[in-house]
Design a protein around this ligand. Sequence first.
Ligand code: NDP
Ligand code: OXD
Length: 309
Amino acid sequence: MSITIFSQGRSTYRWAEALRERRPGLEVYTYPDTPAPEEVTFALAWNHPLGVFTNFPNLKCIASTGAGVDHILRDPDLPEGVQITRIVDENLTQDMAQFVCAQVLNHVRGLHAYKEAQQQRNWKQHSYLRTENVVIGVMGMGVLGSHTAQLLHKLGFKVHGWSRTPKLMEGVGTYAGEEELDTFLAKSDILICLLPLTKQTADILNKDTFSKLPKGAYVINVARGEHLVDQDLLDMLDSGHLSGASLDVFREEPLPAEHPFWGHPRINLTPHIASITNPASAVSQLLENYDRLRHGEPLQHVVSQAKGY
Ligand code: NDP
Ligand code: OXD
C-alpha cells in the first residue's frame, strides 16, 4: 500500500514532507514519479490530470487536499467504487470566517475610500453603516458557511443562511431549497457565497439572482469562480444595482491579466487565499483515513458523489 500525491497548480512538497514527518517510513510518491502504480491505494488530489486514476487499478480512496471536491468530481473517468474524501479542519474553518468578516467590515466601514483619499492627501470623513442595520445572507450553511454566519452574528450583524436542507441555528435565520431562495435574497444587503460547486449551484450568482437583492447590495464570492456569471456581475455593478463585490475565486486561475475584474474600481480581488489548507494541520485526518482504509473501517469526511459535495 502506498500514497501518491496528484496535484497541478499547487505545491506537493509540503504535503509529502508533512506525511513523511508524521509517519516516517510511509511510502509517499508524487505523480508521475510513481514506481509501482498497482501498489497505490490512497491518492491525495488537487486538480489532478483528468483520467489519470485509470492507471491505478487498486486505488480505493481519493482525498481532496482542500474542502472542495469539484476538481475531482469533474473527472469523467473516476474509478468505480473509489471513495472521495475532503478536508474538514478547524483552522481552515476559522480562517474562512475571519476572511469573510474582514471583507464585510471593510465594506460596511467604507475603508477603500480612505485608501484612495490618502493617495490624494484628502481629509474627508464618510458616514458608515452600523452592524445591526446590515442584513447578511450566507449561501451554503455547511462547515464553512455556518461558522462564518455565527461569527458575523457575534459581530452584531443580522444574519440568515440558505441551504439545501432546513437548519436550526441560534441567532441566525435559515432558509432552504429553491422555493425559499427569493425570500432569502430579498433580505440580503450582503450576499456571501459558500456553496460547493455542483450542477445545481453552477452559475447561481447571475443577473436574475442579483436583481432579487436589495438595491446597493454587496456580493462576496469565496466558493468557486464557476458560481459567478462574470458578465452579469459587471453589468449589475455598472447599472448601480450592486455597490461592489469581493472575489477570491475565478473561472480561470490565475485570473488572466486582461480580465476586466482586475481594473474594476468596485471589485476587491484576492488570489484564492480566503482560507488555505495547512498540510501540517490537516495531515493527521488523511493518515487517520489511510489507517481506516487499511483496517477496513469506515472513512471520515466522505462526500456523496450523487450530491456532488
Ligand atoms: P459543506 O459541504 O460543508 O457545505 C455545503 C453547504 O452548501 C451545505 O449547507 C449544503 O446544504 C449547501 N448546498 C449544497 N448544494 C446546495 C443547493 N443546491 N442549494 C442550496 N444549498 C446547497 O462545504 P464547506 O462549507 O466545507 O465548503 C464550501 C465550499 O467553500 C467548498 O466546496 C469550496 O468550494 C469553498 N472553499 C473555498 C476556499 C477558498 O479559499 N476560497 C477554501 C475552502 C473552501 P445542506 O447543509 O442542506 O447539505
Ligand atoms: C478548498 C479551496 O476547497 O482551497 O479547500 O478552495
